[in-house]
Ligand binder design. Structure first.
Ligand SMILES: Nc1ncnc2c1ncn2[C@@H]1O[C@H](COP(=O)(O)OP(=O)(O)OP(=O)(O)O)[C@@H](O)[C@H]1O
Ligand SMILES: [Mg+2]
Length: 332
């Protein structure tokens, strides 16, 4: 379906950029040296033509008691000194550049490692959640059903009204518990994702949310988009969930739009969620720092894929969240 280059491919591209910078530096250095040589040659021709050295000698001879006749040789010594000084700076600059290159490569390697760890963490979390959801569904759900069946049996079989009432209350409590577990299951693992796929699951979420909140919600899917890997689909679903929760809680919006589109410059997905509410308060802008954990969690999830999360207040009111999820850095 799609190629997943290893992180080392991306790392291999970086030294390319570094070697380009080094060769640009070397080319500039050679150009400057040529200019200096041309200048010296031109000076030599002019000096020869106008006998500059002889004129200087003649001019300084009269000032011998000030030792100014030593000036030409002193200037030559100064030029040699400056040449040595310049050469030392070039060597220093090369060493600094090499050290910087190594540091940059180390920083990039650490960033890659960090991103892979974040991805692994998200995958482990989702696997755990799925396992927990399975356990809850199979164990808890079945026991609730059994309790309800027993309670109904007791209610039917007993002649004692107080016992029948008690059994009915047990039945109702077990039903409520079962409902609670079902809600928890939905939160642990969006059920629509498995059965419907991401786009239909987001559409269903959008419709449910619209009914619950009374805020209009429109979803624009990517035309003919290939299915995303499971963990990416869960991430996108969670991003939409948190953004919609925030709109309902903070935005005072009347409408929200969710758009999936391809990334302009790389393989991946851009998720854009725009509401027409009050937008982020200035002290929250642009990172949404402080306060809750929702935006921070969204940022972490996106960063796990080497992506970016942008929050912008839109003109005329409202907040636009743009999450870019490149799919090239996924581990094989
Ligand atoms: N769509 C939005 N419109 C206006 N303000 C928003 C919107 N989304 C988030 N915010 C602001 O950004 C803050 C941080 O959001 P975040 O989701 O991180 O935390 P929270 O929703 O307050 O709490 P939590 O998500 O942890 O339950 C919010 O408190 C709110 O002030
Ligand atoms: Mg929130």
């Amino acid at each position: 379906m799609r190629r997943r280059p290893s992180s080392s491919t991306a790392a291999a591209r970086r030294p390319d950029a570094v070697s380009k910078a080094v060769s640009r530096f070397a080319a500039g250095w050679a150009q400057d040296a040529l200019l200096v040589l041309a200048g010296v040659l031109a000076f030599f021709v002019v000096a020869g033509r106008f006998e500059l050295f002889e004129r200087l000698q003649a001019a300084t001879r009269g000032l011998e008691h000030w030792q100014l006749d030593e000036l030409p040789l002193t200037l030559l010594a100064l030029s040699l000194g400056l040449l040595w000084f310049g050469w030392r700076r070039v060597v220093d600059a090369r060493q600094a550049l090499a050290a910087r290159t190594v540091a940059e490569q180390q920083a990039q390697a650490l960033l890659t490692e960090n991103r892979e760890l974040a991805q692994a963490l998200i995958r482990v979390q989702d696997t755990e959640r799925r396992a927990l959801a399975r356990e809850l569904h199979d164990e808890f759900g079945q026991h609730c059903t059994a309790i309800r069946a027993d309670a109904r049996y007791i209610a039917r079989a007993t002649d004692v009204p107080a016992v029948a009432e008690g059994a009915c209350r047990i039945d109702e409590s077990a039903e409520r518990l079962h409902g609670l577990v079902r809600e928890m299951l939905d939160r642990l693992r969006p059920p629509d994702l498995d059965s419907l796929g991401l786009e239909a699951a987001v559409q269903a979420l959008c419709e449910r949310w619209e009914v619950q909140t009374g805020i209009g919600c429109a979803f624009v899917p990517r035309p003919g988009s290939p299915a995303l890997p499971d963990d990416v689909a869960v991430t996108v679903y969670r991003l939409v969930q948190e953004a919609l929760t925030n709109v309902a809680r903070h935005a005072e919006a009347s409408h929200v739009q969710i758009v999936f589109e391809p990334l302009p410059s790389a393989e991946g997905l851009r998720l854009r969620i725009t509401d027409d509410g009050c937008g982020l308060a200035p002290d929250r802008h642009p990172a949404g720092a402080g306060g809750g954990h929702g935006l921070a969690g969204m940022r972490e999830r996106v960063a796990g894929y080497g992506g970016t999360l942008k929050l912008d207040n839109v003109e005329g009111g409202g907040l636009r969240i743009e999450a870019d999820l490149p799919l090239e850095n996924l581990p094989a």
